[in-house]
Design a protein around this ligand. Structure first.
Ligand SMILES: [Zn+2]
Ligand SMILES: [Zn+2]
Length: 348
């Protein structure tokens, strides 16, 4: 079978590799149907590492994925069957460590995460995966929509950390897929005004469709000034950072009200953030870092199934596995009004 291997910065190649093994107890064999190219993948693709993790040999990336079950290991759970379309949770927590036992499996001390060194990801035709980490999809969620449930889960976790209550003002910096999904969820959560800042007009147009009522084009306007002007210098209740640039977390601190909350979701290009200490201290701003998500697939599945979040709208581009490099370049270089590049490993 084929898989797309990441070799080094800007070098990803689709190559022949050995086929997936037979599923063991507790596993399923999947034909991979769709894989989204995430900002964190692009981080690795452009810079060669993600948050300090460096690959030691060619790595199969891809953690936003959907598939179809083609074989079940012994003792498969009764809700799974061959032919079923599923969303794939890329994280396999151990369920035994202190954090897992404390209800924080996303902070598992022994976490295995596919697509991040040393665990291969979904950019291949077939893969085995733990049965407990696949979630059956209803008919009305497409394959690319099922792959989008992973970033939707990231957005859901971030929005929950923001603890927005009805009538609060929210700002989202960065209108990539996760920022747009956060925008939509902030609206569902009952935000009064939702400000979204980005440097690309096409993204801001989608942000408006997803519920933003103030969009700020940061190629022309200053995000902090615009938010402070629109809120009569009060600032927003919650500011959420969903970009991957260094200054945006500090912008969140500057635009949040006294006693407001800041949630940091993006992974900065350099592995550090600079915050103006006096502003953060005077406002007594809790700055919460968001790490991935908890057990949110049942909730994200329902949000998409009920039509509350249009996940398909963000899957803007489709590529074959052979076109993996084009898919990554399209997303990394912000070509052709892309939100999510989707690779369909079994599409010819
Ligand atoms: Zn992702
Ligand atoms: Zn654990």
């Amino acid at each position: 079978m084929k898989a797309a291997f990441f070799h080094s910065a800007r070098d990803i190649r689709t190559e022949e590799t050995h086929d997936a093994q037979e599923p063991r107890p507790g596993e399923v064999l999947l034909e991979v149907t769709a894989v989204g190219v995430c900002g964190s993948d692009l981080h690795g693709y452009v810079f060669g590492d993600v948050g300090g993790i460096v690959n030691q040999e060619p790595l199969v990336m891809g953690h936003e994925a959907a598939g179809r079950i083609i074989a079940l290991g012994p003792d498969a759970p009764p809700h799974l069957s061959i032919g079923q379309r599923v969303a794939i949770d890329p994280a396999t927590p151990c369920l035994q460590c202190e954090r897992c036992e404390s209800g924080e499996p996303h902070l598992c001390l022994n976490l295995q995460f596919m697509g991040l060194w040393p665990y291969h990801g979904a950019l291949r035709e077939r893969m085995v995966h733990p049965a407990r980490c696949v979630f059956p999809m209803p008919e009305n969620i497409s394959d690319v929509g099922a792959a989008m449930l992973e970033p939707l889960g990231v957005a859901l976790h971030a929005i929950r950390l923001g603890k927005i209550v009805v009538g609060e003002d929210v700002a989202v910096i960065g209108a990539g897929a996760v920022g747009l999904l956060i925008t939509r969820l902030a609206r569902l959560q009952g935000a009064r005004h939702v400000f979204v800042a980005d440097r690309f007009k096409w993204r801001l147009d989608i942000a408006a469709n997803f519920g933003a009522d103030y969009v700020i084009d940061v190629s022309k306007q200053d995000a902090v000034e615009e938010v402070m002007r629109a809120t009569n210098k009060r600032g927003v209740d919650v500011a959420i950072e969903a970009a991957w640039v260094a200054e945006t977390a500090n912008q969140c601190v500057q635009m949040v009200r006294y006693g407001g909350r800041v949630v940091v979701v993006g992974i900065p290009a350099k592995d550090e953030l600079t915050i103006q200490a006096s502003a953060a201290r005077r406002k007594e701003v809790p700055i919460v870092y968001s790490r991935r998500m908890k057990h949110v697939y049942p909730a994200t599945t329902d949000l998409a199934h009920m039509g509350l979040v249009d996940v398909d709208a963000l899957a803007t581009h489709r590529f074959t596995l052979d076109q993996a490099k084009v898919a990554f370049d399209t997303a990394a270089d912000y070509q052709d009004n892309v939100i999510r590049s989707m690779i369909l490993p079994n599409m010819k």
